[in-house]
Design a protein around this ligand. Sequence first.
Ligand code: GDP
Ligand code: MN
Length: 387
Amino acid sequence: MKIHECQAKELFRRFDIPVPEGLEAGSVDEAREAARKLSVGRIVVKAQIHAGGRGKGGGVKVVEGADAAAAAAEGMLGKPLITHQTGPEGQIVRRLLVEAASPIKQEIYVGLTVDRALGRPVLMVSPSGGMDIEEVADKTPELIFKEAVDPRFGLLPFQGRNLARKLGFGPALQRSAITIFSNVYKLFLALDASLVEINPLVITQDDQLLVLDAKINFDDNALYRHKDIKELEDPFEVDPLELEASKFGLNYIRLDGNIGAMVNGAGLAMATMDLIKQAGAEPANFLDVGGGANAETIGQGFRIILSDERVKAILINIFGGILRLDVLAKGVVEAANTVKVEVPIIVRLEGTNVEEGRRILAGSGLTFEVAKDLKEAADKVAALVRN
Ligand code: GDP
Ligand code: MN
């Protein structure tokens, strides 16, 4: 799960990581009021969307005074902001962060994530902060410095010092950096984050370290023990179909292709996606309806796939173990009666009550094709979208 910069900065405050003074605003008047309250000359108005690259896209404006802050807010609110991470349609700006602007001497990159190859959290820093870290990694990888953390000991002070020295920091900055790095690690661990990124961490004109941009991603599987964080989720930033699916406990992830797939069991769903790709087509989604799915959840899953207008053909691949296939068939038929089905459906069913399931589908008036095995199902569905 992702959160907004202003929310991440609130969490940083809790962990004593230095962030500028700032206030949230949802309207032009609120932005003017926030700028007044901050009572500083220079103000930065920042669009709160989950995508990065806002600066280049016009979503970060440094201005003088409350009226200019209001004008900047007017220019952003309610309009789509397009960055290299949003896609061409952009993301509508609904919230702003109005902050005291900071005079910058240098921009540093700081990131903490789990390195899957090492199986450990890795703290990364670079003196080339402020820009796209992927670009730095690509063109000047020697400017990224890393320390892997042994989870038994946590991030040790000497590791923080190593990184601070590589950034060229003198003794005073080293001390502040070590504290910041250690607090970033504490936050990462305590909140079950999967990524903490500060880009940039700046050295101000008076030689203080300050977090100017903050990003935290959370491990969805740990959110059950962080109810307060789950509440930070912004529904406007979540794919509407994914949001809908989560209401029914369906494991649904939107992908880029045009074959809708409904499968039970995450492993079978992955295998189905592989076979669709091998057959030369692309899945539009991952959908695991789960082992204990009933007619209603099946129906909701099918309805969600049908409401995705990119879907050109549907593959239903169910292995009936706990889930009985007559139940599945009823769910599919009920859903098909409420939504217009305009795309071809390929079905591969195997397992408990398969005969009954096939009979229900055959008598439903729905047109679909039955495949004898998974390979044939994938080939058939891929052929349908090719034509
Ligand atoms: P991003 O483009 O979405 O990553 O947004 P950032 O919050 O990182 O802002 C982009 C850039 O705007 C930063 O790299 C800074 O160069 C600049 N910026 C952000 N806040 C301030 C500020 O308080 N003062 C100044 N002078 N520049 C800022
Ligand atoms: Mn940034």
